[in-house]
Design a protein around this ligand. Structure first.
Ligand SMILES: Nc1ncnc2c1ncn2[C@@H]1O[C@H](COP(=O)(O)OP(=O)(O)OP(=O)(O)O)[C@@H](O)[C@H]1O
Length: 607
């Protein structure tokens, strides 16, 4: 029957039973070790113990007041309304008003304080996680997708946040209300209690039936949203390629297909979930009718009073709400614990450590030695990425690194900056092993100029100042002038105050490099790591870059991944890399005379 109803809304192809089975296998994500995760959350919450005790006390008060309200109403009916003697009723009504106001005030206060605690805890978790991420080694980020880490920072933390904000109180108050109501009901009339509770198994069965379907549909909807969002993001960031290849119609077709899928799943997810309150309402009304009917008969033969029946109908209403709340909170709480566990797991990742930090104050000169260095990326299957590499570069000299793609040139630079630590051998700076220098000291002495420099969504000033945050505006201008960047910056809409786009799409590749050179100049490092641009940049900009780089390199030990013959020619020493090994070294002239790999590369025009 349902299929017939569904068809007009195009349900069929979206959710097949087999798919559902597969999806169902992936139930709500559960924590592996929920006890220790809960304990850790508890430790964070427990720092606000006094406030927490106040919240719990208020939950207790509000639950008690919620029980007292109907009780007073029953009392008014039995003592004043049925016997039609209204003396003193005003006082009880006044008490009733006090009870309801007290109930609202305690609800407000418990919520206010609990949200305060939750936000503090979340603030600390979020800050702790972000701080920790800053201290994790590059190899940690190699192993994980950016999206996954973003999800830890946002979704997981948000899940914990919403659970602490509301679920904590809700679970506690639901349990209290359930117990309290059951006790009072049993005390008033065991028979009516049984009749009231009869709907619970019915509720359970119908809820199971509905949530089984909504759960799957929500997952399907999440999946459809994820696919659609992914596609939108990809299309927007790659819109130039879309246009360049005239792919608009295909993109539109794909979008329509995904959007349609979302419409269908969304429709059914919301339709089914819309059933929940209706079914609950229906069962509640049924329970009300039974209690009122049977209660009426009992009242006729005098075994219960009208007041008690009113109390029961009111309690029956109160009984189902906390039950619903508990059922709703179950999955939220479980996924929050799982989220918290994932956040804590990252916080347990080992930070970059500065083993024996010495020589923090030593003025560095820039004499670099690689001594039998071997290195392999974590998890990489092949042999050594860098194998037994030894060389030295004198103070202020320029070394050109050449070799085929994947030969290990970038890795050499990353090892020097201690983004990774060598597995074997030693890298020394001015005779000191870099492993015994604080990373900060080392990295302050190193500046990168990459092919595709990363720009932040900030002003040109701030982007250049990233090299040294304390630099004055004057110094920034000076660096920009030396980097041949001043001229184009002045032409930007707001000059140095122009906010650059995060992806740097506002300025050209060459201009990005000039900014990156200015950034390196501001940092004034002892060592320079340059990755020469391979992309063709117009000759004028190219000359500007060359000139700026030459200025930048004066007096600094520089390593250049060279793509231009001119750069190699000017280098003091050329290192030829092949499959992680240093296969030739010497000046360009020496290498040419030697007639080896480099000479062949040149002959094959690979440079
Ligand atoms: N983060 C990483 N994790 C695992 N393997 C990596 C990682 N980075 C690089 N590699 C691998 O290490 C090898 C050397 O890479 P590297 O980037 O040093 O080469 P390269 O000579 O700089 O190449 P190119 O000229 O193309 O930039 C390659 O096989 C590469 O696939």
């Amino acid at each position: 029957m349902f299929d017939a109803i569904r068809r007009p809304f195009g349900y069929e192809p979206v959710i097949r039973k087999e798919d559902l089975k597969k999806k169902d296998a992936k139930k709500t994500e559960r924590a592996n070790n929920w006890k220790s995760t809960l304990l850790r959350i508890w430790k964070l919450v427990d720092e606000h113990r006094l406030l927490l005790i106040a919240v719990l006390a208020l939950v207790f008060v509000s639950s008690a007041l919620a029980l007292l309200g109907p009780f007073l109403i029953g009392h008014i009916i039995d003592q004043y309304i049925v016997p039609e003697s209204f003396d003193g009723m005003g006082i009880i009504i006044a008490w009733l008003v006090v009870v309801y106001i007290g109930h609202s005030v305690s609800l407000y206060l418990q919520n206010y304080w609990m949200v305060g605690i939750a936000q503090q805890v979340i603030y600390r978790m979020r800050t702790g996680l972000f701080e920790h991420l800053q201290r994790l080694p590059v190899s940690f980020f190699d192993k994980r997708q950016h999206g996954e880490l973003m999800s830890r920072m946002t979704n997981d933390i948000e899940n914990v946040s919403s659970t602490l904000n509301s679920s904590f109180i809700q679970v506690f108050s639901s349990l209290l209300t359930l117990t309290g109501t059951a006790v009072v009901m049993l005390w008033l009339s065991p028979l009516l209690t049984v009749l009231t509770l009869i709907i619970i198994p019915l509720m359970y069965v119908s809820m199971q039936w509905i949530t089984k379907r909504t759960g799957r549909l929500y997952k399907e909807q999440q999946h459809a949203i994820g696919e659609l969002n992914g596609m939108i993001e990809e299309t927007i960031s790659g819109q130039k390629i879309v246009k360049a290849f005239s792919q608009e119609p295909r993109v539109m077709e794909e979008f329509l297909e995904k959007s349609e899928r979302l419409r269908q799943t969304g429709f059914w997810a919301w339709t089914y979930s819309g059933f929940i309150p209706k079914v609950m309402n229906f069962l509640n009304n049924g329970s009300f009718a039974i209690v009122a009917g049977v209660g009426g008969i009992l009242a006729l033969n005098g075994s219960v009073s009208i007041g008690v029946i009113v109390i029961f109908t009111e309690y029956a209403r109160q009984f189902t709400r906390p039950l619903n709340d508990l059922a709703n909170q179950f999955n939220t709480v479980l996924s929050a614990i799982a989220g918290a566990e994932r956040v804590f797991a990252i916080m347990e990742e080992t930070e970059e450590k500065d083993d024996q930090a010495v020589n923090a104050e030593k003025e560095l000169q820039g004499y670099v030695e690689f001594d039998k260095v071997s290195f392999k990326y974590e998890g990489a299957e092949e042999d050594w990425t860098i194998r037994d590499v030894s060389f030295h570069v004198g103070i202020g000299q320029t070394a050109a690194l050449v070799g085929a793609t994947g030969a290990g040139k970038t890795t050499i630079m990353q090892l020097l900056a201690r983004f990774y630590d060598a597995n074997e051998g030693e890298i020394r700076l001015d005779g000191t092993p870099i492993g015994s220098m604080p990373r900060e000291t080392l990295r302050k002495q190193i500046a990168f100029v990459l092919q595709d420099p990363f720009l932040f969504e900030a002003s040109v000033y701030d982007n250049i100042r990233y090299g040294r945050l304390g630099a004055t505006e004057e110094e920034v201008r000076e660096a920009a002038e030396k980097a041949n960047a001043h001229e184009f910056i002045e032409k930007l809409p707001d000059g140095y105050e122009t906010i650059l786009k995060g992806d740097g799409s506002m300025i050209s590749q060459g201009q990005k490099q000039l900014l990156s050179i200015a950034r390196a100049l501001i940092a004034d490092p002892v060592i320079l790591l340059l990755d020469e641009a391979t992309s063709s940049i117009d000759t004028v900009t190219e000359l500007k870059i060359q000139e700026a780089l030459e200025r930048l390199m004066v007096g600094r030990t520089s390593f250049v991944i060279a793509h231009r013959l001119n750069t190699v020619r000017k280098a003091d020493v050329v290192f030829v890399m092949e499959m992680g090994q240093l296969v030739e070294s010497g000046t360009q002239q020496q290498l040419l005379e030697q007639g080896g790999i480099y000479a062949n590369m040149l002959a094959d025009a690979k440079l």
